[in-house]
Design a protein around this ligand. Sequence first.
Ligand code: UDP
Ligand code: MG
Length: 313
Amino acid sequence: MKNIWLVIPCYNEEKVLPETSKRLKIIMERMIEANKISPESKIVFVNDGSKDKTWNIIKELHNENKIFSGINLSRNRGHQNALLAGLLTSKDYADAVISLDADLQDDVEVIEKFIDQFYNGYDVVYGVRSSRKKDTFFKRFTAESFYKVMKFLGVDIVFNHADYRLMSKRALEGLEKYGEVNLFLRGIVPLIGFPSTIVEYERNERFAGESKYPLKKMLAFAFNGITSFSVKPIRMILNIGFMLFFISVAMMIWSVIAKIVGGTVVGWTSLMISIWMIGGIQLISIGFIGEYIGKIYEETKKRPRYIIESFLK
Ligand code: UDP
Ligand code: MG
């Protein structure tokens, strides 16, 4: 009988927490009763510096029933860091940890299937969305493009898998060894190794409240994912640079010939266009390089990724 912990990052989730905790408790108690998981198993809510009553609700849940635990971060550190705090704290007690969102978008009935696969000997079980029918067109389009771009850039991620997954203790110990500050869990987990499998599920609508991932955060997340894992953008810039160089040599030859043959009218338009275009490309290139240097700068400082204010076990 294994000790299974659920980890749920929460940022301003007062509207969904009462329902989420109720449903998860039912599932966990059912499995404890069936002797499928240990009675020591827990549901851990990680409060990511919420501005609403989220932490109070978590404290109340913990007082009512010790199946609920809470981790309070010292301030908002973002979804990935909150998740990491929960995973790394839980791994000291649990045999396997399942991470899921607070908003019930991930079908909680699948938890049992994850655990079955864990008993079958898999260290990592990825929850994969079988369809995104219930997402808005915009969310579906942006999210699926993101996975495709990542694949194109050579980053090994599981298509349509978010952060709904089971990880065994030894997989989490592996994860702990990745000390990077710019953490992108979806990219790192496949790198850890160990036997893994997938379980499909239907993605639901958010139960209540609104998405904590507005477009701005989504773009930042995608950009971070790409620059943390791939040096392809830098190579692409280099290639564009070479291409422009050859084009400019051709242009030089052509303009000299045109001058000798005569009848040239100096084109203001083409001049302006090229100045702007080259200027633009240069700025983009410098920006990209700056992005990587910024990453190096952040990593060399080795700052903590999260600080726990309190842990209600
Ligand atoms: N979340 C968090 N910190 C943040 C933003 C989000 O812990 O700064 C949590 C949030 O409470 C939820 C999960 O991350 O449990 C996923 O967020 P959300 O459901 O808003 O994202 P979406 O499903 O819209 O992509
Ligand atoms: Mg959600």
